[in-house]
Design a binder for this molecule. Structure first.
Ligand SMILES: CC(C)(COP(=O)(O)OP(=O)(O)OC[C@H]1O[C@@H](n2cnc3c(N)ncnc32)[C@H](O)[C@@H]1OP(=O)(O)O)[C@@H](O)C(=O)NCCC(=O)NCCS
Length: 257
């Protein structure tokens, strides 16, 4: 039961919650409209509206499953990627718009179509709780020698990230780990790290790595507690609209055999 309580969405654990008309509308809205609530779904959002989750004692149904991402998951990935990048992804996509195109459309297109990109949907593993996407991860082996490839064209704010990726060459790099706000603080982030380590082990490398902003204190705490340690750091360069300060920190962890 403890495990179930940990993984059930926050709102599901509040007994007697009424489904509001906003939640009803949200439930019936197309996926593109639901994205309005990216990273900040209203209390309950689409999740509490699912009868199988809300019935008395319904948290009993909550369970965690990992699966490969599907094309139909792309809008969730857009949202989770932007959350993990603290808005950097959306900003980058906004710079790539052609007249008349929306920023979300750019992100959706890239994640859906660019199969060589590290953020291609096919490279993601999603975590579902009771059939609902709650979080996701993706990662890759950074080859030696490190090659920037398409990343060479990225704006200057990416320079510290690319430098740190070069340091991490030879490791399995956890590019994205992200959990929707209503599922945080119940162990799903830790479970995703465990899944990432399982995937990294298959790559037969000695280390896994990730880059976190110093400003992202909660995530940093989670990684250090999970066994990551600092490898290197570079000063953060803010993109327009970002108020974050500090460093980008590269972390590494020996992979348990
Ligand atoms: C970072 C992130 C993935 C962590 O996910 P999470 O599901 O909240 O992670 P966990 O629940 O395993 O751990 C987070 C906290 O919950 C606590 N926790 C874990 N299990 C718990 C439980 N059963 N009951 C209560 N708290 C619990 C942990 O102790 C930890 O506490 P802390 O904040 O004091 O360190 C999530 O916050 C997130 O997606 N953030 C936005 C995206 C992001 O920043 N990604 C990382 C980019 S590098």
């Amino acid at each position: 039961m403890d495990e179930i309580r940990r993984l059930a969405p926050r709102s599901v654990l509040q007994p007697g919650g009424r489904e509001t008309s906003e939640e009803r509308q949200l439930q019936n809205a197309p996926a593109a409209a639901r994205l309005t609530y990216c990273g900040e779904r209203p209390k309950g959002g689409t999740l509490v509206a699912r009868p199988s989750v809300r019935r008395g004692g319904a948290t009993m149904n909550a369970n965690l499953r990992f699966r490969r991402a599907r094309e139909s998951d792309v809008l969730d990935l857009v949202c989770l990627i932007d959350s993990a990048s603290r808005g950097l992804a959306l900003w980058l996509w906004s710079t790539l718009r052609v007249p008349g195109q929306s920023t979300i459309e750019v992100g959706r297109h890239r994640i859906r179509m660019l199969s060589a990109s590290p953020l291609y949907y096919g490279a993601f593993t999603v975590a579902e709780i009771d059939g609902v996407i709650a979080g996701a991860l993706t990662g890759r082996l950074i080859p030696i020698p490190y090659e920037r490839g398409d990343s060479a064209d990225l704006p200057d704010v990416f320079a510290p990230l690319l430098e740190l990726e070069a340091v991490a060459a030879g490791s399995w790099y956890l590019t994205i780990v992200s959990v929707y706000p209503e599922f945080r603080g119940r162990g799903l982030g830790s479970a995703l790290l465990g899944k990432a380590e399982e995937i990294a082990r298959l790559a037969e490398v000695a280390q896994m790595s990730l880059i976190v902003e110093e400003a992202n204190a909660g995530a940093l705490r989670l990684y250090l507690r999970y066994g990551f340690e600092e490898w290197s750091r570079r000063p953060y360069i803010a993109f327009p609209g970002s108020k974050d300060e500090g460093d980008w920190i590269l972390l590494k962890k020996e992979i348990a055999r």
